[in-house]
Structures are given as structure tokens and as C-alpha cells.
Write a protein that binds this ligand. Structure first.
Ligand SMILES: *Cc1c(COP(=O)(O)O)cnc(C)c1O
Length: 499
């Protein structure tokens, strides 16, 4: 195209005002905010212009108006909205991780709807602390001396490293230098905190002596990191917590002797410049952080937070919305003197929780006071522990609903043995047996249907494709209403398919 013919083609594009006067957009303006429609018109014209620059022809005005309408409708839809998880991944980070217990949702509504005791103590009738609401519960549940909750576990790790290892060294095994989904990398957080990372051991093996040899008077903490989704098998070795505790105790005895005999200035290990004034700490980033031991996971069950504290951790941090099954939060438990220092760090203010999260976390934790109640009422725990036999009736109800709503002869439906996943980096090797509904398409296709269920539904439905069939795992459905919604969506897809 020559420059002048390009100019001519561009001139055929409508102006924004002109486009708004088309019937289609004029109608839309009656129901959507004007700003949304105007912005969509601009975007559609800009798309049309780009197509011309790319060598395409000019789109007719009505076509541009139609695409503007579609953009406007998309913008008007809530961006963050509910989805139906039929993928069978319980702690699905992309789908919002944990579903909150009913009592937690109620508590959020209460404090959001009115004023609250967020930082007010009704007994003393004076200012209180927002940290108080969950601390006592966390102490009771884990046996820790003290606790603190911040924005998420990444924030918790940053806070601990900043307070106790900034300007000092933190020792971590090369086998635990992992990247966790969503680009959380220990070396990056370490750098941000101002701690110097000292890597020890090799990818597959780290020994007690590796830690012991790396310790000097400038070492602030020994960091243990849960390897999340990453697992090594075979010739591997990691140092258990109890051993790290022994190493730290030995070092701390030496430090306290040096302090006592005032040998710091020219002690047996030389200059005290930059020496860490504190005890050498053992800190574990537990990732998921199990509060209960779930027997259903057999050998895969991970040490609980309480067990790790008893095995010698000074501090442990973990997520609120992974295995715990509460809202997004990062929970730190451990020694009282250390937690008090964390609370006083200015970062704790920047990373603090809002009232709605505190309400949800407090109510979720309250359920753990009675472990049997937690297993029933915390959806994440209930979903993880459901057996295939318990899931069978729900799978049958879904299969039946699909068969009764969809056109005759459009699908084959059967209930099959499948595998669910915990997700969220928890129990990665654990295959959780489940019952799923397998839908084979005699009309349309599984891939097509999957796209329709995700892209075109107000409440998207996420399943799984396996061998040209759609698999719907009932483990992660939150109520019976979702069964009808899935059947209805499949019916609407199949009715729309031209044979
Ligand atoms: C998930 C995870 C994190 C990050 O926790 P968030 O709550 O998502 O910030 C950090 N460390 C480990 C080991 C994890 O598994």
C-alpha cells in the first residue's frame, strides 16, 4: 500500500462520537456507564487502525461497533468472580486457594458491615492491638509461646530475614533453594532483606558438617525451607531439624561464654566487628504449614507446625490459605522475645493484615480448637480427607444431572477412578484417589466445550481434559448447586453445537 492510499484507508475509520451513535452502542449506553462505552469505542477503533497498519482492509463501521460492544460488556463484567473448580486441585493458587469456612465468611461480613474491635480493647476501654485477635488461638493450637500474622508467607519470610539476618548471614541448604509457583525465590527475598545468603551442601545432599563449617560469629540464622512442589528421589540427604537445633545450641553456648568473659573484642575467633549480637536462630519456612496430622495422607503427612516447634525451631512461618484453609495470610509462630521484635519492626506495619482477613483467620483458627470440627467445617481439610466412597454419591448426582439435562445421544457419561491433587505445594507426591465424571462428546468436542465453559460463562467451570474427554472431579465442588450449574452449562453448550 502506498503512503497516500494508507492515509485514505485510515480516513475511512469512524470517529468515537460517530461510533457511539450507532444503534448498537446507543442501546448499550442506556445500560452501561458512558465512560465504559466511550473507552470501548476508542479501543475498537484503535484495533481497526492497527489492522490497517498491518496491511489489512478497513472494517465496516457496524463491525467496529460490534467489537466495541463486546469490549464494553467484557469490562462491565466483574473481573474477580466465582468459578466452579471441577479440576480436583484443592489448593488451586490460580483459583484463589482455600475456600473459607461458613463461619469465617459470616465473620468477614459482620466486620465489613459495621465498625469493629479491630484495635479496641473492650475490657480496658482503650486502644488494643490488631495482633491480639489470632495470637492466643495460634498459641493454643500450635503450643507456641507467641504468634503474629502478616499479609502472606512471602511477607513473613521477608520480615523474619530482615529482623534477624539483615547485615548478617543466613545459612541455607542448596537442596532447599527452590522457586515456588508465582516466582517466589528464597535468594531474591534474601537479597531484599539485606541478609547475606550462605549456601551449603549440594543439590542432593547436605550434611550436618556443612552447616557446622559455615557458621561464624556473623551468622544470624539457619534457614530451613519446605521444598514445596519440588521433590528429589534417590541419593539424597537433608539435615533434620533436631540436628540443626543441636548445632545452634552449641554455637549459642560459645557466644554466651564469649559475652560473659568479655572476650568479644579479641575472642578466640578473632574480631567481633559485625558479630551477630543475637543468638543463632533456627527458622523454618514451612510453606503449607499443617496444623493437624491428617492420617489420610499416610506416609506423606508432613510434620505439623507444633511438632516442628517441639523439634527445635525458634520460629516457623507458613501460609494461611494453603493447608490451613483460611484467608491469605503469613503466620509466624515461635519464641515470645523474637515475635515481640518482629511486631516492633516497621515492616510489620507495612505488611499488616486488614480487618476482613483477621476476621476470617480468627474464625478459621477457632475451628481448629476442636480438630474433629476442623475436619468437618474447614473446606480445604474436608475436601482433602474425603474418600472415594464418600464422593461417590456426588459423582452419581452429577452424572445423572448431566444425562437428564443434555440432549439425548449428545454425550456418554461414566464415573471413573481418578486422582485429585492437594496443590499449593502441599503433599506433591500424594495421589489422592477420587471419583470423577467423565464426559465423552458425541457432538462438539471436549476441547470446544472446555473453552465454552471457561470463556463464555458468567461463572466459569474449570475441569480437565484427558484423552478427548472432559473430566469433572467432584472433590472440589463446594455445594450441590454447582452440580446443577455444571449440567446446565453442558446442556447449553451442546444445544449451541450445530450438528
Ligand atoms: C507457598 C510458599 C511460600 C509463599 O507463601 P505465600 O503465602 O503464597 O506468600 C513460601 N515458601 C514456601 C515453602 C511455600 O510453599
Amino acid at each position: 500500500m502506498t503512503a497516500s492510499s494508507l492515509q485514505d484507508t485510515l480516513r475511512t475509520l469512524p470517529q468515537v462520537e460517530e461510533l457511539l451513535q450507532t444503534e448498537c452502542l446507543a442501546q448499550l449506553e442506556a445500560v452501561l456507564p458512558r465512560a465504559v462505552v466511550v473507552e470501548a469505542a476508542r479501543a475498537a477503533i484503535s484495533d481497526a487502525r492497527n489492522r490497517i497498519f498491518d496491511g489489512g482492509s478497513a472494517s465496516p463501521k457496524d463491525e467496529i461497533a460490534l467489537s466495541a460492544a463486546s469490549i464494553a460488556l467484557q469490562t462491565a463484567k466483574p473481573s474477580l468472580r466465582r468459578v466452579i473448580n471441577a479440576a480436583g486441585v484443592v489448593i488451586h493458587t490460580n483459583l484463589g486457594r482455600s475456600v473459607l469456612p461458613h463461619s469465617a465468611v459470616k465473620a468477614v461480613e459482620d466486620v465489613a458491615h459495621g465498625y469493629s474491635t479491630l484495635e479496641y480493647d473492650t475490657q480496658s476501654m482503650a486502644r488494643g492491638s490488631r495482633h491480639a485477635h489470632c495470637e492466643q488461638l495460634l498459641r493454643l493450637i500450635t503450643g507456641a509461646e507467641a504468634a503474629l500474622a502478616v499479609n502472606n508467607n512471602a511477607a513473613a519470610v521477608l520480615l523474619v530475614l530482615t529482623e534477624f539476618a539483615k547485615g548478617h548471614e543466613a545459612i541455607v541448604s542448596r537442596g532447599e533453594l527452590v522457586e515456588i509457583g508465582g516466582s517466589f525465590r528464597i535468594p531474591d527475598i534474601m537479597e531484599l532483606s539485606g541478609a547475606r545468603m550462605v549456601e551449603v551442601g549440594t543439590t542432593n545432599k547436605t550434611h550436618v558438617s556443612d552447616y557446622a563449617n559455615a557458621i561464624n560469629q556473623n551468622t544470624g540464622l539457619l534457614l530451613k525451607v519446605h521444598p514445596s512442589n519440588y521433590r528429589m528421589a534417590g541419593f539424597t540427604e537433608a539435615v533434620p531439624l533436631k540436628e540443626l537445633r543441636k548445632i545452634a545450641d552449641a554455637e549459642n553456648r560459645m557466644r554466651s561464654q564469649e559475652r560473659e568473659t568479655q572476650l568479644n573484642a579479641a575472642g578466640p575467633r578473632g574480631l567481633a566487628n559485625g558479630a551477630c549480637p543475637d543468638d543463632l536462630l533456627v527458622y523454618e519456612d514451612q510453606g503449607s504449614g499443617a496444623l493437624l496430622r491428617l492420617d489420610c495422607f499416610g506416609d506423606y503427612a508432613e510434620p505439623t507446625v507444633g511438632e516442628s516447634l517441639r523439634n527445635g525451631c525458634d520460629l516457623i512461618s507458613f501460609s494461611g490459605d494453603k493447608l490451613l484453609g483460611g484467608p491469605q495470610a503469613g503466620i509466624i509462630v515461635g519464641r515470645k522475645d523474637l515475635v515481640e521484635r518482629l511486631k516492633a519492626n516497621p515492616l510489620a506495619r507495612a505488611l499488616r493484615l486488614d480487618k476482613m482477613t483477621i476476621a476470617a483467620l480468627e474464625e478459621t483458627l477457632r475451628l481448629y480448637l476442636d480438630p474433629e470440627r476442623a475436619k468437618r467445617e474447614v473446606p480445604t481439610i474436608a475436601m482433602l480427607s474425603a474418600t472415594p466412597e464418600e464422593l461417590e454419591p456426588r459423582a452419581e448426582a452429577l452424572a445423572k444431572a448431566i444425562l437428564s439435562k443434555t440432549p439425548n445421544g449428545s454425550v456418554n457419561v461414566e464415573i471413573v477412578d481418578e486422582i485429585s491433587r492437594a496443590g499449593g505445594g502441599a503433599l506433591p507426591m500424594c495421589d489422592i484417589p477420587t471419583r470423577a465424571v467423565r464426559v465423552e462428546f458425541l457432538r462438539g468436542s471436549a476441547q470446544d466445550c472446555e473453552r465454552a465453559l471457561i470463556q463464555h460463562r458468567k461463572t466459569p467451570i474449570i475441569g480437565r481434559i484427558k484423552k478427548d474427554a472432559l473430566l469433572l472431579d467432584v472433590r472440589t465442588l463446594v455445594d450441590d448447586e454447582e452440580i446443577d450449574m455444571i449440567a446446565q452449562a453442558l446442556a447449553e453448550y451442546l444445544e449451541g453445537v450445530v450438528r
